[in-house]
Design a protein around this ligand. Structure first.
Ligand code: SAH
Length: 459
């Protein structure tokens, strides 16, 4: 224990929480030294016991609340609420939205130095629970029975729960039912330490617009015990099932899906719609998990792109081409770029499925492919980016600045990198017209934004 730290282990201190971490813990500061305290909310005064004092930060336990946040809501203390990955469930939805919107405003000012940009009120959900269309649930064993649910944080212990408050009821029901069936059939659960046993994960995906359900059984072994009985029971108890898939993952790994996938019954894919665009979703495809808010986000992308039908559009980081196909309906031509080749195959298939002929897709890194296109003279009138959390590569931003598309639409899942990249684009001749935060992931700390930039006159 160093004397230079403002607190020591086992100290009791009074604090006021200022912020939340990405895990949803309260952040309090003592002489600038941050202490992370699970369950503390911004604005609350509390007594905290210091349980760890590292060099740059500490951890504490909430002992007593002197002043409660007006946004605090009581949630049941059951394990589903404690471990279900909903870091903000103890904040009212109004409070969650306010927290996320403030975060966007502050970060754009602090990191992006964007003092005058218009940030619209965050667009939340009317019903902010039970929205996820996919679950991948680890399976274990307790007292001779199969259990399935969530991992406790920083552990490999599984909590047996039949429900998550953010998954669609059809998804919850599918996972629970498959667990029961596997239990009745006596499936041995996979054992991590010994790398023995059979059943590793149960996965379910649901097309909200089509009502089609996919069940994926992930095992260590090539063989599935009682295969026919399993299929019969799933069909009897889950009438929405259109696809039952078996995935084999024989490796010692945290990665959920393995290399070998076979269809046990029905189709290889299920279908879903975003707006009027139809998507085929396989067990391995990436697909947005909140279909209601995805539509909100893509409608905004279309509004910000403001297409007349004459434009060439580049969609960088296009995944399975969701935004590309949405925009293709109103553009002359759309070019999508994505680093995962399988996603590009899905994008091409989805274009065909919808009879869309004015979208082309290329596999590769956006920061390599788009500069190459630029050198070859292929320009865009509108450029859309939707990068992962780390934001856009600098080489891509520089190419945008050189290429000078009239409009840039930036979709972001991380306000900090959005702010950094907007600053670079502003310095390169763009003006950020507006930013619209959209709550894609209620009950969690994730914040999504979409913003419109235009090329300033004279550039
Ligand atoms: N626009 C899509 C997907 C966005 S997620 C949608 O709305 O569904 C971000 C995507 O960027 C992922 O599919 C990821 O595989 C891809 N990606 C990550 N790094 C990349 C890079 N350097 N170049 C191109 N794509 C990349």
């Amino acid at each position: 224990m160093s004397k230079t730290l403002p607190v020591n282990k086992n100290d009791y201190i009074d604090v006021v929480f200022e912020d939340l971490t990405h895990d949803g813990a309260g952040v309090a500061k003592v002489e600038g030294y941050p202490i992370f305290v699970p369950n503390g909310l911004p604005g609350e005064k509390a007594k905290v016991k210091v349980i760890k004092a590292n060099k740059g930060y500490g951890f504490g336990r909430l002992m007593e609340l002197y002043e409660k946040s007006p946004f605090r809501v009581d949630i049941p203390s059951s394990e589903k609420h404690k471990y279900g990955g909903c870091q903000l469930e103890h904040i009212s939805y109004e409070g969650q939205l306010q927290y996320k919107e403030n975060q966007v405003r502050q970060v754009l000012k602090r990191i992006g130095k964007l003092d005058n940009v218009v940030v619209h009120p965050i667009q939340g959900m009317d019903n902010p629970g039970y929205y996820r269309n996919k679950a991948q649930v680890p399976v274990g064993e307790k007292d001779g029975k199969l259990i399935a649910g969530f991992f406790k944080p920083r552990s490999h212990e599984i909590v047996d729960t039949n429900e998550s408050v953010i998954q669609l009821p059809e998804v919850n029901e599918a996972v629970q039912t498959v667990k029961e069936i596997c239990n009745e059939l006596g499936f041995p659960a996979y054992q991590e330490e010994s790398h023995k046993g059979v059943l590793r994960h149960i996965m379910a995906r649901y097309g909200k617009q089509t009502g089609e359900l996919m069940v994926v059984i992930i095992t260590r072994t090539e063989d599935i015990p009682h295969k026919n009985k399993l299929i019969e029971a799933i069909l009897a108890r889950l009438p929405k099932v259109k696809s039952i898939v078996h995935n084999v993952n024989s490796k010692r790994t945290n990665v959920i899906l393995g290399e070998k996938t076979t269809v046990l019954w029905g189709n290889e894919v299920i279908y879903d719609y975003i707006g009027d665009v139809k998507f085929a979703i396989s067990a391995l495809s990436f697909y947005q998990v909140n279909p209601v808010q995805t539509k909100v986000l893509y409608d905004k992308a279309l509004e910000y792109a403001n297409l007349s039908g004459e434009e060439n559009v580049i969609d960088a980081y296009c995944g399975i081409g969701t935004i590309s196909l949405f925009l293709a309906q109103k553009a002359k031509k759309v070019f999508g770029v994505e680093v995962v080749p399988e996603a590009i195959e899905d994008a091409k298939r989805n274009a065909k499925l919808n009879g869309i002929t004015n979208a082309e897709f290329a596999a590769g890194e956006a920061e390599v492919v788009i500069p190459k296109w630029y050198k070859e003279g292929n320009m865009a009138d509108v450029l859309v980016v939707d990068p992962p959390r780390k934001g856009c590569d600098e080489a891509l931003l520089q190419t945008i600045i050189d290429m000078k598309p009239k409009k840039v639409v930036y979709v972001s899942c991380n306000p900090a990198t959005l702010a950094r990249d907007l600053r670079i684009l502003e310095d390169g001749g763009y003006q950020t017209v507006e930013v619209q935060p959209v709550d894609m992931f209620p009950m969690t700390t994730h914040v999504e934004c979409i913003s419109q930039l235009i090329l300033k006159k004279g550039n």
